[in-house]
Write a protein that binds this ligand. Structure first.
Ligand SMILES: Cc1ncc(COP(=O)(O)O)c(C=O)c1O
Length: 251
């Protein structure tokens, strides 16, 4: 890869005012890029703040070059992953030149292989705890996490029921996107494509609130409930909103 690409590019989701939780992923790629001798670039949606703090400061510390780009297709109510990806690729080519592209959220077949393997671990742990009839509830943003899990659980014919709680509300044709990534991951591992859009259980646009990374009342209440009862701290962008969904499923 390094031989073909003078630069390494990574794509992440950021907002105008608050740098989004997803940035930890970009930073991970940036660090890995350095190890591979590649130059990491992060493309963030929005405009630069006056001063780099929080995630953005860490991005600078790990040596990533950060580019702020207009939101493009995600400024509309929803777009397809392909539309957004094509836009970001073009912006990246203009700013960086030849590069290796990691899509939003690392959501492609390769990025989902780890979650496919995680599904096998979940099944193993559920079996050893004698759990068969249960929900696996996962926060879903760009879609790759859910895609890997659905691929893995379907591949082994698990009795666990998987459901994604949408925390971003950016995609049209979301189940189709998740099924495509799931099948790409299976194909990479030499396994047949078995995931149909109808296999993707997803609660869309219910727990997002005003948007990605904007805390919701339900999410905050769910976070408080879990930390007060179990001492487990969730985050307001992903797991808090997903836990709000889980509580409703359980009610
Ligand atoms: C805790 C957590 N859950 C779920 C997700 C959703 O991931 P995806 O963008 O693959 O849908 C993320 C993404 O960063 C996350 O941090």
């Amino acid at each position: 890869m390094g031989a073909q690409c003078g630069n390494h590019i990574d794509v992440d989701l950021a907002a105008v005012d608050h740098f989004r939780h997803l940035e930890h992923l970009g930073r991970g790629h940036a660090t890995a890029g350095h190890h591979l001798g590649l130059e990491p670039h992060l493309l963030l949606f929005g405009s630069p703040p006056q001063r780099a703090v929080g995630n953005l400061l860490l991005d600078e510390l790990v040596g990533a070059e950060v580019h702020f780009i207009p939101p493009g297709p995600i400024a509309a109510e929803a777009c397809t992953f392909e539309e957004l990806d094509a836009y970001v690729r073009e912006e990246a080519s203009k700013r960086v030149g030849t590069h290796y592209h990691v899509p939003l959220g690392g959501s492609n077949g390769l990025g989902s292989v780890g979650y496919l393997r995680a599904a096998l671990e979940i099944e193993e742990q559920a079996k050893s705890a004698r759990i068969e009839d249960a929900w696996v509830v996962v926060a879903t943003g760009s879609g790759g996490t859910l895609a890997g899990l659905v691929a893995g659980l379907r591949h082994i014919g698990s009795s666990l029921r998987l459901i994604g709680i949408d925390v971003a509300s950016i995609w049209t044709s979301y189940p189709e996107l998740v099924a495509r990534i799931a099948n790409d991951a299976l194909e990479l591992l030499g396994m047949p494509s078995i995931v149909e859009p109808a296999d993707v259980s997803l609660i869309e646009r219910t727990y997002v609130g005003r948007g990605y990374a904007v805390p919701t009342g339900d999410g905050t209440a769910a976070i408080k409930r879990l930390v007060r009862s179990e001492g487990l701290v969730l985050d307001p962008t992903y797991t808090g909103k997903a836990f709000a969904g889980l509580l409703d499923l359980h009610a």
